[in-house]
Design a protein around this ligand. Structure first.
Ligand SMILES: NC(=O)c1ccc[n+]([C@@H]2O[C@H](COP(=O)([O-])OP(=O)(O)OC[C@H]3O[C@@H](n4cnc5c(N)ncnc54)[C@H](O)[C@@H]3O)[C@@H](O)[C@H]2O)c1
Length: 264
């Protein structure tokens, strides 16, 4: 890094789940660009190692940890590596998540169990493990990635909406519980953000509505106030703000970062 200018996250240790791609990847790079060391936790080993390498080129320390967040033992092992390496965790960002959609009548037990395991159980375990270290430090911030689907809804999205509303529930309770220990807990609810996930959703939902994925994305963009979809870096910027000193009095919130789509 150049010169001696202090940066917002100098000396911070940030754990990002779902760091291999999309919003998690953009978040890892954003924190690194402002001085933080980053632990990258993802099930997609190859892409996750690429994220950690990209983080290191920004002049900070990084580690890629293969971790299926559905597994408590995987997460315990990953968090143990982080604490062993850096001795602290300043920020946790839970971006690992999956989308499953479809009519109520077609919901399968397998799909339901899996989406709950990743989007809800996985997030709960991450919060639980990070809270141990953060409470002992007397300081920390947790940013859980929910979705606008956690606040509002639309047809054929019951499973996803249920898990993303659940993330807001975890966030609110954790904020109350960890506040006395100096830990803030917030959720970010992104609107449609240009990642691999949204392209899959566009293809699937578009097909059901008789349009192409690209047409569905154009329709979604038209529904926002700003007339475009988000770049992952725009979600990462808000996540970084929530982890910054400027947001120390902000906790228990679920913030829509959706270009105003929820207004339409
Ligand atoms: N893209 C959007 O429009 C959008 C909108 C609202 C909310 N979100 C949420 O943002 C988060 C990130 O999504 P994204 O758009 O960046 O998608 P993405 O698919 O690019 O990223 C999700 C990441 O999670 C990882 N992951 C999935 N299952 C995992 C598991 N069991 N263990 C560990 N890692 C796992 C994937 O490998 C991937 O790297 C998700 O929670 C998603 O629900 C996305």
């Amino acid at each position: 890094m150049m010169g001696s200018m202090t940066q917002r996250f100098d000396g911070h240790v940030v754990v990002v789940t779902g760091s291999a791609t999309g919003i998690g990847e953009a978040t890892a790079l954003r924190f690194a660009s402002e001085g933080a060391a980053v632990a990258c936790l993802d099930i997609n080993v190859e892409e996750n190692e690429a994220t950690a390498e990209a983080v290191k080129t920004l002049g900070v320390d990084a580690v890629a940890l293969a971790c299926d967040i559905r597994s408590r033992s995987d997460q315990e092992a990953a968090f143990a590596v982080v604490v062993e390496r850096w001795g602290r965790i300043d920020t946790l960002v839970t971006s690992a998540g999956v989308y499953v959609g479809g009519p109520l009548s077609e919901i399968s037990a397998e799909h339901w169990d899996d989406i709950v395991a990743v989007n809800l159980t996985g997030v709960l375990i991450s919060n639980s493990l990070a809270s141990l270290t953060m409470a002992a430090q007397g300081r920390g911030s947790i940013v859980n990635i929910s979705s606008m689907a956690g606040k509002t809804s639309w047809p054929e999205s019951a499973e996803y909406s249920a898990t993303k509303s659940g993330v807001i529930g975890i966030t609110r309770s954790a904020a109350m519980e960890l506040g006395p220990s100096g830990v803030t807990v917030n959720a970010v609810c992104p609107g449609n953000t240009l990642t691999a996930m949204v392209r899959d959703v566009a293809h699937e939902v578009g097909e059901r509505l008789g349009m192409t994925g690209a047409e569905w994305l154009e329709m979604r963009a038209a529904d926002t106030a700003v007339k475009r979809l988000a770049d992952p870096s725009e979600i990462a910027g808000v996540i970084a703000f929530l982890a910054s000193d400027d947001a120390r009095y902000l906790t228990g919130q679920a913030i829509e970062v959706d270009g105003g789509i929820i207004l339409s």
